[in-house]
Design a protein around this ligand. Structure first.
Ligand SMILES: Nc1nc2c(c(=O)[nH]1)N[C@H]1C(S)=C(S)[C@@H](COP(=O)(O)OP(=O)(O)OC[C@H]3O[C@@H](n4cnc5c(N)ncnc54)[C@H](O)[C@@H]3O)O[C@H]1N2
Ligand code: MOO
Length: 390
């Protein structure tokens, strides 16, 4: 049995970041930027008015000063002439500042009659001009890697980057194993249940940006599992669920071995999730998750999601932690790290009463996984605990 940390580091050794493809900006949200990109232009590309008003010379601003309005500058339509002493140009937000002007008086501070403009008495020193390149300059970079958020998409658009280099989404094959399983929506026999954790895992990994393919359920026979592995082999990562333990029908390890899998490790000192295995099947990394629904989902959070993040080009690291005070006292922990389903109440973390690894209802209402390291001592209410948000 190896530690969670060693298991994760072994898993990172099995995978490499995916290659790069260009996608249109419209399809880049949520993808991982793969190369630094640089702005094709500056924004704003010219000194621009930030208000509706009049462009003139700041040196001439004083109470009751009079100007002659000689033209208009609107967004998309600059004023071509030069503003000379005693002159002003009607200007609107977003318009280029005309040559000669260095100040915009907002229209609320003016009185206009025909071509004549008179300033009011309370004009402050704010120029109301956005300088050229004040947002970003041509050549400014957005650095990779980076998960592109909506604000990044807006920035890339303003930089006039219509095609974005992103990491190719890994294709993940998910194999459920077991004679007892049917797909959601099917009619289960009297001894059967519905495959659930495969769906939870696919949702988790697709949310990160992977593409998941549900392989037909492998039955508890060597030919059926062999067939499932063959179908899955074109994927970038194979995940099996179930059949990982020591029972007579737990065939994942022997069948994978028969097919030439180079095992990286088997069994991790954690609960739930002990019978986790991983290795290379031909050239495809494979992770075998335990079948208990909560075990598979916890292993998804602790191991598979970080592996997928590495494949997506993000830094290899464990799931992000937050630190929360414990709401209750806890007796000494066991020899395996315990990833406890827990609620967050009033800012404190409260482990749920029943930690059985079959209880999806408990997992679904949990806010965090609270981590008790292997050999954790007795804990008092108020002790700070590492948690992973769910
Ligand atoms: N003698 C021992 N028995 C078990 C041990 C052990 O160390 N010694 N470990 C236990 C632990 S811990 C776990 S976890 C399970 C893992 O077993 P498997 O990975 O072989 O999983 P299965 O036996 O196939 O299934 C376990 C359980 O989960 C249900 N299951 C399986 N796949 C799915 C699915 N896709 N969706 C929903 N539910 C699924 C399955 O019906 C079983 O109820 O082994 C313990 N036993
Ligand atoms: O480790 Mo099992 O995954 O405890 O239920």
């Amino acid at each position: 049995m190896i530690s969670v940390e060693d298991a994760l580091s072994n898993l990172f050794d099995l995978v490499a970041p995916m290659g790069v493809e260009k996608v249109s900006l419209r399809h880049a949200a949520g993808r991982v930027l793969a190369e630094n990109v640089t702005a094709n232009r500056s924004q704003p590309p010219f000194d621009a008015s930030s208000m509706d008003g009049y462009a003139l010379r700041q040196a001439e601003v004083e109470p009751d000063a009079m100007f002659k309005v000689i033209g208009e500058a609107a967004a998309g339509h600059r004023f071509d002439g030069v503003v000379k002493p005693g002159q002003a140009v009607r200007i609107f937000t977003g318009a280029p500042i005309p040559e000669g002007a260095d100040f915009v008086v907002i229209q609320e501070d003016t009185t206009r009659r025909g071509d004549l403009l008179m300033l009011g008495h309370d004009i402050d020193g704010k120029t109301n001009i956005r300088p050229a390149g004040g947002d970003f300059k041509a050549g400014d970079a957005m650095d990779a890697p980076r998960i592109l958020r909506p604000a990044d998409i807006a920035l890339l658009a303003a930089m006039n980057i219509a095609e974005v280099p992103v990491h190719i989404a890994p294709q993940i094959a998910i194999i459920a194993t077991g004679d007892e399983l049917v797909q959601p929506g099917e009619m289960p026999g009297p001894d059967q249940i519905i495959a659930s954790n495969t769906y939870g895992l696919a949702a988790m990994l697709e949310q990160l940006g992977a593409r998941c393919r549900m392989i037909p359920i492998a039955r508890d026979t060597v030919p059926s599992l062999t067939q499932a592995f063959k179908i899955a082999q074109a994927a970038d990562l194979i995940i099996t669920i179930g059949g990982a333990s020591v029972g007579d029908h737990d065939l994942v390890a022997p069948v994978a071995a028969e097919m030439g899998m180079e095992q990286s490790f088997y069994k991790v000192a954690m609960r739930p999730g002990k019978p986790l295995m991983a290795g290379m099947l031909a050239n495809t990394p494979m992770i075998g998750l335990p079948g208990n629904p909560v075990s598979a989902m916890v292993c998804g959070v602790v191991f598979v999601a970080p592996v997928v993040r590495k494949m997506l080009g993000l830094p290899a690291g464990s799931a992000p932690r937050l630190s929360l005070p414990l709401a209750v006292d806890l007796p000494q922990g066991g020899p395996r790290a315990h990833y406890m389903r827990a609620l967050v109440k009033g800012g404190a973390v409260l482990p749920e009463g029943n930690q059985d690894s079959s209880l999806l209802s408990v997992l679904a209402q949990a806010d965090v996984l609270m981590i008790r390291p292997a050999g954790d001592p007795e804990r008092q209410s108020g002790d700070m605990m590492d948690c992973i948000a769910l």
